[in-house]
Design a protein around this ligand. Structure first.
Ligand SMILES: C[S@@+](CC[C@H](N)C(=O)[O-])C[C@H]1O[C@@H](n2cnc3c(N)ncnc32)[C@H](O)[C@@H]1O
Length: 208
């Protein structure tokens, strides 16, 4: 975002600043290090600098659509260590086939309700292709369970998203589990998180 002097302002996402703490609690239990981690849809980059600082033995690879890179780069300039990589131009549905690097784990927050379901499928396909056996896909966000909203606020949020685009919307966790299974991953853990959010972790199987 440009200010009146034409400078790009550092983007700020207050929900990201709030949810990083409960997400950290789970990552503290569940993240196996050392590891190279791909983040899909880094947004502002605030999760990246927070988690990379907390886990010095990981390499955190940010990614997002090109238009978000300038904002991510501003946050990265303030980062004092060297374990975060500059954003990869990764737009699921457009160029995910170009990404061929392997990562130990993949992390993504609040992306599956923003992407179309078709792109969510492509995200799972990409993750299944990139992860080694035992690698984990950590996905945070609001989901439906048994095709139902788990709170009125999630239903209201879904209505707002659908007004922005009919392709957006909260995903049913069982459908995500099916996508994961199709890509050789199995549900490993599922956590209830504050504010009607969830943290789902799938693990890449030994045999597909
Ligand atoms: C709600 S924001 C979440 C940002 C960040 N992960 C967080 O939790 O603060 C959704 C992010 O998904 C990204 N995104 C949406 N569609 C995408 C796609 N097709 N491929 C990759 N990223 C996408 C957006 O650019 C945006 O950064």
């Amino acid at each position: 975002m440009n200010n009146t002097s034409g400078m790009i302002e550092r983007p700020d996402a207050p929900p990201t600043q709030r949810n990083k703490w409960p997400i950290l609690e789970i990552l503290n239990k569940e993240l196996t290090v050392p590891a190279d981690i791909l983040e899909i849809g880094s947004g502002t980059g605030q999760h990246a600098i927070f988690f990379a600082e907390k886990f010095p033995f990981i390499e955190w690879f940010t990614s997002d659509v090109n238009s978000n890179h300038a904002g991510i780069n501003i946050w990265l300039q303030s980062y004092k260590r060297s374990n975060i990589r500059l954003p990869i131009n990764l737009e699921i549905g457009i160029n995910e086939e170009n990404l061929t690097t392997n990562f130990d784990h993949v992390f993504s927050s609040n992306t599956s309700h923003i992407m179309s379901f078709n792109n969510v499928k492509k995200m799972f396909s990409l993750v299944g292709r990139l992860l080694p056996i035992g690698g984990k896909f950590y996905l945070y966000g609001p989901f439906k369970i048994n095709d139902d909203f788990t709170s009125k606020s999630n239903k209201d949020f879904d209505d707002i998203l659908k007004k922005q685009s009919p392709l957006m919307g909260l995903r049913d966790i069982e459908k995500l589990d099916m996508l994961a299974n199709e890509e050789g991953m199995t549900k490993y853990k599922f956590y209830d998180m504050p504010a009607n959010n969830y943290f789902s972790i799938w693990r890449k199987n030994e045999f597909i």
